[in-house]
Structures are given as structure tokens and as C-alpha cells.
Write a protein that binds this ligand. Structure first.
Ligand SMILES: [Zn+2]
Length: 469
């Protein structure tokens, strides 16, 4: 590309203009990042367009963007804007499915007219070289609210993503408030505000207790179904934890069960686990919980090199027993980027790194193998890092302990909170817990839908996802 400033007559493609305009303002962070990542490809594409098509009048959306009161003028590719049209011709109003494919958008599409309706506070756009079918029907005009326009350049555009601006809070023995992290079963089931509060606590802390749960086999399903469908596994839709002879799974015995997460050998392990204590009169068997994000925050502070090893080393989890074989490899620390979800603000963390963590995976009892193909010195580092992490999880100040009483149900984020169980005396009394799982996306869907009823939290004024893709 020539370094000379573009002349208006040179501009055949809004895409080209977008890049050139951006280049003239190297200080603007969001435009610069686009150029860094994509300029070569985009410019080359725009040049082909310029040679192949006749000059046309193109309007950029500067008018619309200024309506947002933005300090700088944003410009948008007409493909991005056309793709975002939500009118009845483009998106079925009842099932919300698209009536066009983005692959049908002509590469020569351009803005024909852009106007702003003061009264309706809407931006109206007509197109040159619109999608053929769409053009053949009634003349097609796209209408956007100011809010939609302001979100167009965001990586996470749907307002439901605002859920991720609600912070998570790291906790330990003294900062997790066992007394207030509880909701009554009837309130949870019947009161919208109490239910939204429960979902808020799960989103923030990943650990919550429900009290007053009826002593019924159906109770745990009811608690799950308030949020979403049960996640079915080979253990069935719900499952029981009690000591039985010849146990196939260590959870059915009475011995100590160390910190772990459930079903990490599955590609899509449960997002949340529900454990209803139907009955408990046995001595011992206290449940223990720890926040892996808090432990990771500490590891990151003291041993950043170990943190990197936990992020990069893949552990293979395996279940190979009784005619079942499941296996999957996961890092101990999984970043948001890997899942294409936004970062989340973290209250009381000592570094910003924890914002980038989506999940932590930790389940030593179900490991199939360490990353055996690592060079020997790397493998030593990997084991050492895992040891340090495990030590932090076990630090007494990081552990919350609760003896589950009959009528209590604990809910916890299975991809953040590790759980363990002290040994108990099988002969001292009856102990029966009934468990169930919920997929994480089903939880997020419900959480996004009750966001308006959740307690107010301080949300940073700047969008955390950053405006560009
Ligand atoms: Zn449309």
C-alpha cells in the first residue's frame, strides 16, 4: 500500500476506506489492533474489488456512529452492517432464524443511503448491490437502534453477554460467608428475587447451599430444573452417593476422597453439580470445598512460571471401568480465549490474570496419564507446578468445610470449585446423598435471562470485552 493519504476519488470500497482512515490515526487503539491483525489481507481484497467494480457512491456509517456520542468516529464494513440486519425480511420474527445466508452477501455491497430518524432514534440504511433475493422483494431497508449500532464492532455483541461484566469473587475459609450463601428451598423455587439472588451467588462464588429441601428423591431434580434440564450421564439423570459393598467408584465407599471435579474425562463435563443430602446421621463425612481460582491467583503471584505450566500442559483424564471408556485431555487452566467467551472482572484478586481464566480442571483420582511426551525437565516442571497448586488448594485458609445435614443441597461450579469428602464411619448411621448435573450453557442461559432481577453490582463503565473483534 502506498503511504500517501487517500484521495476521495480513489475510494471504491468502504473496506478500503476503513483501512486507510484507520492508518491515518495510528493512535486509536481499537482501529490499530484491527490493522495489526488484518490489514494485509483486507487491503489486498479491497484492491481486487477496486479493479473489478465500477466506482460507486458509498457512505460510511460515520453519521450513525456520531449519534452514539463516541469520541472518535467508527466506521463499519457494509458486510458487517448488512449481516446484522434484524428486519422481518431478514430474520423470522417468531423463530428468530435468519432468512438469508451471510454467504449470499455480494462482495460489492455498499451503503446507498444512511439517514437518522430523530423521532424514532433509528438509523435507516438502504443498500447498493444488496443480496439479490432480498432486493427482488420489496425495496429493502435496514433499521437499527442506536444501541445496536453501538455494539456492532464488539466481539460480544448480544446484550446478554453483559452477564460477563458481573464479577466473580475469590474466596477462602474466612471470606466465604457460609451464613449468607444460603437460600431457602421454597424461596428458591417460588420467589423470583430469591432465585435470581441464588443464580447471582453461583455466578459470583460458584458455591451455594439450599436449606429446607424436602426429603424426597425428586427434590434434586426440581432444584436443577428450576435452572435448566438435567445433564444426563452414564450414571443416569440423577445418582446416589452412599456406601455400598464392592464399590465401582470411590465415591460410594467411606474412605477419604481428595479434592477433585466430576467427569473431567468427558469432553463437555458438567458445569454445575447438585448434591442433595437426603439423610445423614453418620459420623464424619464432612464436605470440603476450595476455590481453584483463588489458589491459582496465589500460584500466579508466587510462581508465575508454574502458572504458565498449568496453563499449557495437557492432562489426560480417563474412566476405564466396568465396560465404560471415556477419555479427554485438558489443561489445568483454561483461558476464556480458548472458549471464545469474554473475560470477567474479578473482585479481590491480586493480578488481572485471573480475569482471563474460564475454567480450572483438577481431578487427580481420574487422571489417565501425565503429559508423558514432554521432555524430562519439562515434565519435572509440570509435576512441580501441579504439586504447588495442590498445596495451595489444601491450605486450611483456602478450604470451606460443611457437614451436610439432612435437607441441605449444595450447588457448586464443577469447573471452578473442587470438592472433597472426609472419611466417615459406615456403621455410625445412614448417609445418603442424591446428585445431579447441569450443563454450563444451560446455566448461563438462565443467568442471562434473570440478570435484571439480580442484585445490583458495580459494573465497570468500559465494556470489558473491548469493542473490536
Ligand atoms: Zn433486513
Amino acid at each position: 500500500m502506498s503511504k500517501a493519504a487517500p484521495r476521495p476519488g480513489d475510494i471504491y470500497s468502504p473496506t478500503l476506506r476503513f483501512i486507510q482512515s484507520a492508518k491515518m490515526r495510528p493512535k486509536t487503539g481499537r482501529l490499530q489492533s484491527l490493522i495489526d491483525r488484518r490489514s494485509t489481507k483486507k487491503v489486498r481484497f479491497a484492491q481486487i474489488d477496486a479493479a473489478a467494480t465500477t466506482p460507486q457512491k458509498h457512505h460510511v456509517l460515520s453519521q450513525a456512529a456520531r449519534l452514539e456520542g463516541e469520541r472518535r468516529t467508527s466506521k463499519y464494513s457494509p458486510i458487517v452492517v448488512r449481516d446484522a440486519c434484524q428486519c422481518e425480511q431478514c430474520v423470522d420474527p417468531s423463530d428468530r432464524q435468519r432468512n438469508f445466508s451471510y454467504s449470499d452477501i455480494p462482495r460489492t455491497i455498499g451503503f446507498d443511503q444512511v439517514s437518522y430518524d430523530e423521532e424514532a432514534k433509528e438509523v435507516r440504511i438502504s443498500w447498493s448491490n444488496d443480496i439479490p433475493t432480498s432486493a427482488k422483494a420489496a425495496p429493502h431497508q435496514s433499521v437499527f437502534s442506536r444501541d445496536v449500532i453501538s455494539r456492532l464492532n464488539r466481539k460480544f455483541r448480544n446484550p446478554h453477554w453483559d452477564l460477563y461484566q458481573r464479577p466473580l469473587k475469590l474466596w477462602g475459609r474466612d471470606t466465604f460467608k457460609q451464613g449468607t450463601s444460603r437460600v431457602d428451598f421454597n424461596d428458591y423455587m417460588n420467589n423470583e428475587a430469591s432465585f435470581a439472588e441464588a443464580v447471582h451467588l453461583l455466578w459470583r462464588d460458584g458455591l451455594l447451599f439450599i436449606d429446607g429441601v424436602p426429603e424426597s428423591e425428586a427434590s434434586v431434580s426440581q432444584i436443577v430444573n428450576r435452572i435448566g434440564p438435567l445433564q444426563q450421564t452414564f450414571y443416569g439423570p440423577t445418582w446416589d452417593v452412599r456406601s455400598v459393598p464392592n464399590a465401582k467408584n470411590v465415591a460410594y465407599t467411606s474412605k477419604y476422597l481428595g479434592f477433585h471435579m466430576d467427569l473431567l474425562y468427558m469432553r463437555d463435563p458438567p458445569g454445575f453439580q447438585f448434591l442433595h443430602c437426603v439423610h445423614n446421621s453418620a459420623a464424619g463425612g464432612e464436605s470440603r470445598f476450595a476455590d481453584t481460582f483463588q489458589a491459582l491467583d496465589q500460584v500466579f503471584q508466587k510462581h508465575p512460571m508454574y502458572y504458565a505450566v498449568l496453563r499449557d500442559g495437557l492432562v489426560r483424564y480417563e474412566y476405564d471401568n466396568d465396560g465404560f471408556f471415556y477419555s479427554d485431555a485438558k489443561p489445568t487452566v483454561q483461558l476464556n480465549d480458548a472458549l471464545n467467551v469474554p473475560p470477567r472482572p474479578v473482585l479481590n484478586s491480586t493480578s488481572t490474570e485471573i480475569s482471563n481464566i474460564a475454567h480450572c480442571f483438577w481431578s487427580p483420582p481420574f487422571v489417565g496419564s501425565v503429559p508423558s511426551r514432554l521432555p524430562p525437565d519439562e515434565l519435572v516442571k509440570f509435576v512441580s507446578a501441579s504439586k504447588v497448586f495442590s498445596q495451595h488448594l489444601e491450605m486450611p485458609e483456602n478450604v470451606v468445610e460443611e457437614k451436610m445435614d439432612s435437607g441441605t443441597c449444595v450447588i457448586f461450579d464443577n469447573l471452578r470449585i473442587v470438592h472433597a469428602r472426609n472419611a466417615f464411619d459406615k456403621n455410625s448411621g445412614k448417609r445418603w446423598l442424591r446428585g445431579a448435573y447441569l450443563n454450563r450453557q444451560d446455566f448461563v442461559s438462565k443467568a442471562a435471562s434473570v440478570m435484571a432481577d439480580m442484585p445490583e453490582v458495580d459494573i465497570s463503565p468500559d465494556p470489558i470485552d473491548g469493542p473490536t473483534d
